[in-house]
Design a protein around this ligand. Sequence first.
Ligand SMILES: [Zn+2]
Length: 272
Amino acid sequence: MDIYNGPGYGIARIRIEDSDSNYNYIIWCTETKECAVIDPIDPITILNFIRDNELMVKYVINTHCHPDHISGNDPILKVSLTMISKALIHPLGEELIGTRYDFVNEGDIINLGNLEIKVIHTPGHCPEHISLILDNNVFVGDTVFLGGCGNTKHRGAVEDLYSSVSRIRELPDECRIFVGHDYAEANLKFALDLEPNNTDAKNKLAEIEKAVSQNTEVPPSTVGEEKSYNPFMRYDISEIAEEAKKRVPDLTSSDPGAVFKAIRELRNEWTS
Ligand SMILES: [Zn+2]
């Protein structure tokens, strides 16, 4: 677990053992101690942290309703100290979730103590996907990963994913990206397969490999960093487009959306 503090808030990032390299997050207001849990899969670890830090759960927020992002909702809502606590999801996820939920939509502000968390709708990995912006941090679920992006295998649409990743790309360079899973090593190897001379990708992969060997964590990356090595944010770089055209015969133009789609197809089939 690692903690990131900002003005009036704290963020705990918890890497979940025995999962698909999932990250769970707790955001809290340092003054009121109200907290929100994002995408819980490991309620015991989360509830221990909440107890030890004397936090109160106001919301569970699900970036989307895939099972590994909602399975911890009910245990947390059942034992949380305030009976007003509930899950927040986008309306398109309604049929996929249990009880005690409210809807949040594009542009909504979630009030958590003194904090304001902005909701943006980022479909593509699945229709109900939302991302959350707090100060200079964005919680992107499975829209963007370090060095990669989400797949579209389970109710997804690659055109929407392109639009949503592009929206994240427009956030300020210094904005930190808190992702739903750690697939960084494989993603960066794929990035280097497409762009072998990308020094930023090489350096980031070296940093990741060192952390893996030492059993430590790398901090979240930033929008600026991702723009330098993540192929899904480099769809308008001519070297990427040309490489994608060589590998995907259907791709004949350098239209950014078409290049993005081709890179997504290549990533689906790629093995290191
Ligand atoms: Zn997912």
